[in-house]
Design a protein around this ligand. Structure first.
Ligand SMILES: [Zn+2]
Length: 276
């Protein structure tokens, strides 16, 4: 793995024998991973619009793979992972069936809500090849599989040749963003990553990883949240912000309607000193 070059808002590095990792940092760090297969080029997530994807296309061409059929993959239906789909004309766009449903339902509103984040033209195109559990490109050694966690439509990609596991936003520092109180399901997904024979983990928004530490840290957070045993006092400002302002907000209503209501209220009481 080495850095090929760096623009002010983009870093590009080679991973393994056939991987290209593009890390954009405007408006925030986001990864797009490319697998140069023998008969296809796989583009995993498409960031925020056509401008950034033009850079990706140029480098695919420079690497001698112009003209190969493109397979785009959307790890989930959050806007920062599919707004560049339109840059790849005639591509097969792979996503979980729930990802397609969400993009169809939510994409126009997301384009208004996050208008500031648009980078170049955005054509809202949902997946045209969906799957439920897994979708394999056997000859290419590439597998897509459903890994609900951060969102219910989250899916991952495993490159069996280079042993690169692309997990979208299921793994994130310091804690993942929760959207549902699906602790058991999410922990199951993260534990399944530990069983895969990977050399590199590529996430949506962190630097490439060669160690499982962050996965374990995320499991620990989810377990402790589920068990109401988080040590609030030892949390950093960033951790507290992610936990309180995003995660608790996102799943509070769901928890209030469940048997967790009492524990939630107690937890919110404990947090009062941190919430202005
Ligand atoms: Zn994201």
């Amino acid at each position: 793995m080495w850095i090929m070059y760096q623009l002010s808002s983009m870093k590009f590095e080679k991973v393994g024998n056939r991987g290209l990792l593009f890390s954009f940092d405007d408006p925030y760090l986001t990864n797009v991973h490319v697998i140069l297969g023998s008969d296809h080029v796989f583009v995993l997530d498409t960031f925020l619009g056509n401008d950034s994807m033009k850079i990706v296309q140029n480098i695919i061409a420079e690497e001698g793979h112009a003209g190969k059929p493109i397979v785009v993959f959307n790890s989930h239906a959050d806007y920062d992972h599919y707004w560049g789909n339109g840059a790849f004309k005639d591509a097969t766009i792979v996503g979980h069936e729930k990802c397609k449903v969400r993009i169809v339902a939510e994409s126009e509103a997301s384009l208004v809500k996050y208008a500031d984040h648009q980078r170049g033209e955005v054509e809202l195109i949902p997946p045209n090849r969906t799957f439920q559990e897994t979708l394999k490109f056997e000859n290419e050694g590439v597998k897509f599989f459903h890994t609900p966690g951060h969102t219910l439509d989250s899916a991952s990609c495993y490159d069996m040749v280079d042993k690169v596991l692309f997990v979208g936003d299921n793994v994130e520092s310091p804690f993942p963003y929760l959207n549902h109180a699906n602790f058991e399901q999410y922990i199951h997904t993260l534990k399944s990553y530990l069983k895969v024979d990977w050399k590199y983990i590529v996430t949506g928004h962190d630097p490439i990883m060669e160690k499982p530490d962050l996965i374990k840290q995320n499991i620990d957070y989810l377990r402790k949240f589920r068990d109401w045993s988080l040590d609030i006092d030892s949390m950093s400002t960033q951790e507290l912000h992610r936990h309180v302002d995003h995660n608790l907000n996102a799943i509070k209503e769901e928890l209030m309607k469940s048997e967790q209501k009492k524990s939630l209220l107690k937890h919110l009481k404990e947090l009062e000193k941190y919430i202005s």
